[in-house]
Design a protein around this ligand. Structure first.
Ligand code: GTP
Ligand code: MG
Length: 575
């Protein structure tokens, strides 16, 4: 440190202190980055909140805190067909925006400003998501910029689409424009002022203390008092007693404009604001302070949703884990139960050990029999290979059935879990069964396993007495015996039972008992089983991973934590 110079920042270690625009940008980027991908019950509402925060920071808060003196952005919004466009034209005394009989008329907004304020709105300082057009509407996603002497400098007017539009894009855009505003001019009519949607927005304005003027349009002259009083009462009950209320009577239009006496008071109020820098600054501050203050709670809503997403993802992952753990157990169980030594495998096993001729020769005694077995094993490569092929398809079948069941079980559990149904919707057939590559991968693994068993047989027992005997059966023959031993031994089948299964006689059983009782065979079978288990686990992992991959984009508790941190940084920047 340089002597005599103390650091300016009084930041608490570990707590960032940044300026307000930076804090707002960071918070916005955090909110935008929260992946609300799972369709949990609160997701859609939280998603809307997140978007409204992102939009408002971009469209209103950032441009405003960067330039407190920029012209007042006044958005004329409200009920469908209330006469918003007609009002804007009438305020200007010029047709700058198109009114119409067909609803909704205004689909892309029109921003009107004085020539002196052109630069403040021509670029992407405010509402950067809307491309500017001039000389006519550019369609969806655009903002038509109209520069006119009819407006004083310091005040811009936006003719917005209907807030309660039948067209969703209109509703969203209207909401976005209102949150970009320094001042709302909210237009409703004698027949619509009690509608729900406008009141949702008006309540939001009340909560945030947004600067607000309400225009009660198209009021039959005889009902002015009654309707105005009623609306005034409603505004008061909503905490909006401070809102300026303008009543416009329903009269024949004059060249498409409202009669001058109906529009003049509102116009002079707006022009007054434009002329009075102090009053304008007060409006700007009022809306800005309320909007900034509203962020904590709105971001908290997104944070809660992120937590919900994380919890839902956790529950979905647990369901998949359980299903695939059960599949591993099912494979293990299938191997242990000896059920694989049935059907085709059994037939090939019988062929392998049990030719009639060989059976008869068993009578001659164990010693000779073993030689005979040796001869049978080593001399009959084809039956050994047939047995391997039969075992291969039987193990593959077991793997496939277990993996299919796990997939189906996962899909079934996911359907009943928050966020799960939407993930599997329309994909039940694809997700409820093994992956397309499974059959091939399983065949590869099983063949790999068989190859490994043959390798074991070849390498194992070097220098041991057993090796010579083992190899005297031929690698294929000994390998087949080890493979059968895997299923027989773990099933607790004695050599005798395998022999019975093989259809051999009592004497044959004694021979096979000797073969399967052989320590070398038992050891090899243990290692072969461990290898098979590992291969099954690997296959099932791949299957399981595709479900995990669906959950990976979901929000985590860290997302919620980062939102809290960003709000805290904003809080320090604000103070
Ligand atoms: N007679 C009469 N007609 C009006 C008045 N205000 C609006 N209109 C008519 O009502 C229809 C709707 O008016 P607009 O100004 O297009 O209404 P809007 O609120 O901009 O409509 P959207 O943009 O579709 O939400 C048009 O045909 C206007 O001419 C009024 O005070 N008196
Ligand atoms: Mg309109």
């Amino acid at each position: 440190m340089i002597p005599g110079v103390t650091p300016r920042s009084t930041a608490v270690p570990g707590q960032d202190v940044v300026d307000l625009p930076t804090a707002l940008e960071q918070l916005r980027d955090r909110v935008a980055a929260v992946p609300l991908v799972l369709a949990t019950p609160g997701r859609d509402a939280a998603d809307r909140t997140a978007r409204s925060v992102v939009d408002q920071v971009t469209d209103h808060l950032l441009p405003r805190v960067r330039d407190m003196d920029a012209p007042l952005l006044t958005v004329v919004g409200g009920s469908t067909g209330a006469g918003k466009s007609t009002l804007v034209n009438s305020l200007l005394g010029a047709t700058v925006t198109t009114p119409g009989v067909l609803r909704p008329t205004t689909r892309s907004p029109v921003l009107v400003c004085a020539p002196a304020d052109r630069a403040a709105f021509a670029d992407d300082r405010v509402l950067p998501g809307l491309a500017r057009t001039t000389g006519g509407s550019g369609g969806p996603g655009t903002l038509q910029l109209v520069v006119t002497d009819a407006l004083p400098a310091g005040l811009a007017l936006v003719d917005a689409p209907d807030v309660d539009s039948v067209v969703e894009a209109n509703r969203d855009l209207a909401g976005q424009l209102l949150s970009a505003a320094d001042l709302w001019v909210f237009v409703t009519t004698a027949s619509r002022y009690a509608d729900a949607v406008p009141w949702d927005l008006l309540r939001t304005a009340a909560e945030r203390g947004t600067a607000l003027a309400v225009v009660l349009d198209r009021v039959p002259p005889e009902a002015v008092r009654e309707v105005a009083e009623d609306l005034h009462g409603m505004l008061g009950r909503a905490g909006l007693a401070q809102a300026a209320l303008w009543v416009v009577e329903e009269r024949p239009l004059v060249d498409g404009f409202l009669p001058e006496d109906q529009v003049a008071p509102l116009r002079s109020w707006l022009h007054g604001l434009a002329a009075d820098a102090g009053a304008r600054a007060a409006v700007v501050r009022q809306t800005l302070v309320g909007a900034l203050a509203s962020l904590d709670e709105r971001v908290a809503v997104v944070g809660v949703a992120a937590q919900e997403q994380a919890a839902a993802a956790g529950a979905l992952a647990a369901a998949a884990d359980t299903a695939y753990r059960r599949a591993e157990e099912a494979v293990d169980e299938g191997v242990r139960s000896g059920t694989l030594l049935r059907g085709e495998v059994l037939a090939r096993w019988q062929e392998f050990v049990g030719t009639g001729e060989w059976m008869r020769s068993l009578q001659a005694g164990i010693g000779r029999l073993r030689d005979r077995v040796t001869a049978a094993f080593s001399g009959k490569a084809t039956p050994a290979e047939d047995l391997q092929v039969a075992l291969e398809s039987s193990v593959e079948h077991l793997l496939r059935a277990s993996a299919d069941e796990a997939a189906e079980r996962t899909v079934t559990s996911w359907r009943g879990l928050p966020g799960g149904a939407a993930l599997v919707a329309g994909r039940e057939r694809e997700l409820g069964t093994v992956t397309p590559g499974f059959t091939e991968a399983a065949a590869d693994e099983v063949r790999g396993w068989q190859g490994a068993v043959l390798g074991l047989v070849r390498d194992e027992g070097a220098g041991k007495r057993s090796r010579a005997r083992l190899l005297s059966w031929g690698v294929n023959g000994a390998g087949a015996v080890v493979m059968v031993a895997v299923f027989a031994q773990t099933a607790g089948l004695s050599g005798a039972e395998v022999a019975v299964a093989g259809g051999t006689t009592v004497v044959g059983q004694r021979v096979l008992e000797a073969v399967f009782g052989d320590a070398a065979i038992r050891q090899l079978a243990d290692r072969a089983r461990t290898d098979l288990d590992a291969r099954a686990a690997r296959l099932l992992h791949v299957e399981h991973d595709r479900f995990v991959a669906l959950l990976e984009p979901a929000a985590t508790p860290a997302d919620a934590e980062e939102l809290r941190a960003a709000v805290a940084v904003l809080g320090r920047a604000r103070s």
